[in-house]
Design a protein around this ligand. Structure first.
Ligand SMILES: [Zn+2]
Length: 98
């Protein structure tokens, strides 16, 4: 399975719709005050560290990035919460496909 495949337009739209429902406050950047955001084209996955060693095959957190177009301030959103991916620790749960 490749993790480098960019999000499809459908997946991006699903994330944007989800964000619209969840992001109830002002959408201005809390750093610079602008209100234009860019959604990352990929799901990224920071992994855990065991001591100072990267734990390959350990727990990962699949995230999309929403970045302020003006200053780069970045919010991370867990795509399992969005419903785009299933949690590997909870194989019985299906994402809500509407
Ligand atoms: Zn900003």
């Amino acid at each position: 399975m490749s993790n480098t495949k960019p999000l499809s337009l459908e997946e991006q739209q699903k994330i944007l719709d989800w964000l619209d429902k969840k992001w109830l406050g002002t959408k201005t950047c809390n750093i610079c005050g602008h209100n234009q955001w860019n959604l990352s084209q990929h799901v990224v996955a920071p992994t855990t560290l065991e001591g100072k060693n990267i734990s390959l095959g350990g727990t990962i957190y699949p995230l999309v990035l929403v970045t302020c177009k003006n200053c780069g301030n970045t919010h991370f959103f867990n795509v399992v919460m969005v419903g785009l991916l299933r949690s590997s620790s909870d194989p019985g749960s299906e994402p809500d496909n509407g």
